[in-house]
Design a binder for this molecule. Structure first.
Ligand code: 13P
Length: 246
């Protein structure tokens, strides 16, 4: 039995005042939920978030980390630094990192190794663009993103994979539950071929315009174990509705 996981990716949003209000509303609105919950603020708000979430069911993660442990890498943040601030998770290989920062699988794989080494649980994001889907290449792309980051890893403990079709991110377009399920089943079959991964036990999150209104039908699918939520995670009422659907 895989426990549901709902993760909020706040991206480059928020201020101290915003974080304080959002987390107060979120934590105050939690009921007897069964799902595991994490929020991933921008780096500068992580310490504030871990302090506000202490003693609650909400844990904190980073949105990225460096591929090396320390050294002359101006502007980078090491996985161990995220641990220092109380992070338990880190998102890696998000399509916005791939798109705007040119991140390729080799770098993402190195980040993943650094994160696991530091004790963080990685959330590896994969997903195809609209053009790739229209060309019938969605599965090939996703398989190569998985293999590129996961093959030859010494340790994949705690791994979570998030399927985020690029065409569904921030667009209001969601993959249909059937489309998402089909890709999640495919991802699970790919994971079976990766040494060190227990495919049946690995949680697969869907991401891309998840909201309170569409969460339940996505979570109903057998291979969808939770969500990686962008825009709707910035609204406590919407995020709580997604958590309650999980
Ligand atoms: P939206 O939920 O805003 O579409 O973003 C999804 C996402 O990119 C989460 O990582």
């Amino acid at each position: 039995m895989r426990r549901s996981l709902v993760v909020g990716n706040w991206k480059m949003n928020g201020s101290e005042a915003f974080v304080e209000k959002l987390l107060a509303d979120l934590i105050g609105g939690l009921s007897e939920q069964q799902a595991e919950i994490a929020v991933c603020p921008g780096y500068v708000h992580i310490a504030q978030a871990t302090s506000l979430c202490a003693g609650t069911p909400v844990v904190v993660g980073g949105q990225d980390c460096s591929h090396v442990q320390s050294g002359a890498y101006t502007g980078e943040v090491a996985a161990a630094m995220l641990c220092d601030l109380g992070c338990q998770w880190v998102i890696l290989g998000h399509s916005e990192r791939r798109q705007y920062h040119g991140e390729l699988s080799a770098l993402i794989g190195a980040k993943l190794a650094a994160a696991v080494e530091a004790g963080l649980r990685p959330i590896l994001c994969v997903g195809e663009t609209r053009e790739q889907r229209e060309n019938g290449d969605a599965e090939t792309i996703v398989a190569s993103q998985l293999r590129g980051a996961l093959l030859e890893q010494a340790n994949l403990s705690g791994l979570v994979v998030a399927y985020e079709p690029v065409w569904a991110i921030g667009t209001g377009l969601t993959a249909s539950p059937e489309q998402a399920q089909e890709m999640h089943a495919f991802i699970r079959s790919c994971l079976e071929e990766i040494p060190g991964v227990d495919a049946g036990a690995t949680r697969l999150l869907y991401g891309g315009s998840v909201k309170g209104a569409n969460a339940a039908e996505l979570f109903f699918q057998p291979d969808i174990d939770g969500a990686l939520v962008g825009g709707a995670a910035l609204d406590a009422t919407e995020f709580l509705a997604i958590i309650n659907a999980a």
